[in-house]
Design a protein around this ligand. Structure first.
Ligand code: HEM
Length: 130
């Protein structure tokens, strides 16, 4: 199997796992919450899995970029911006900080989901902005 395809498959598997962990972890903001903090059940597992898949997505994304000699279409830049939105809103949603209200955490989660859906729409439609 060639390198490009292998990297792409790892990128896709990581994305599937990311979608899974975002959905599963979302329940911790609604069921069994403790004050402003999410449900602590399986926190370590979610943190570890989320770190792992985010790292894999970024690494495989960067390797794909190198393989393609950075020849990307304009929608790719929108994807990177949306990825940064996704990343920072997930941090906001689950940061271990009691100052962050539950409602703000849920808002962070909502923004993350919108960003994820927008990224998926972009990669499926590959719109031509130019
Ligand atoms: C949640 C975030 C992400 C999602 C859902 C996602 C999704 C995808 C999908 C579905 C493809 C395959 C598109 C196709 O060939 O039809 C793809 C390809 C690609 N992704 Fe991502 N991606 C994400 C994050 C990233 C990041 C952060 C980077 C860069 C650092 C990146 C770089 C790339 C590159 C360069 C390709 C092209 C691979 C190729 O054509 O061989 N992706 N992505």
């Amino acid at each position: 199997m060639d390198m490009q395809l292998t990297v792409k498959i790892i990128h896709m598997i990581s994305i599937t796992l990311l979608i899974g962990v975002i959905i599963a972890r979302a329940f911790t903001l609604f069921i069994g919450v403790q004050g402003n903090q999410p449900n602590p059940v399986a926190r370590k597992f979610f943190v570890a899995l989320q770190h792992l898949v985010m790292t894999c997505i970024v690494l495989t994304g960067v390797v794909s970029l190198v393989i393609k000699n950075f020849e990307v279409q304009s929608w790719f830049y929108a994807k990177v911006v949306l990825f940064l939105v996704l990343f920072s809103s997930l941090i906001k949603a689950y940061k271990k900080d009691d100052q962050i209200l539950l409602i703000q955490r849920r808002a962070g989660l909502a923004i993350a989901i919108v960003a994820l859906i927008a990224i998926l729409a972009l990669v499926m439609m590959k719109p031509n902005f130019g």
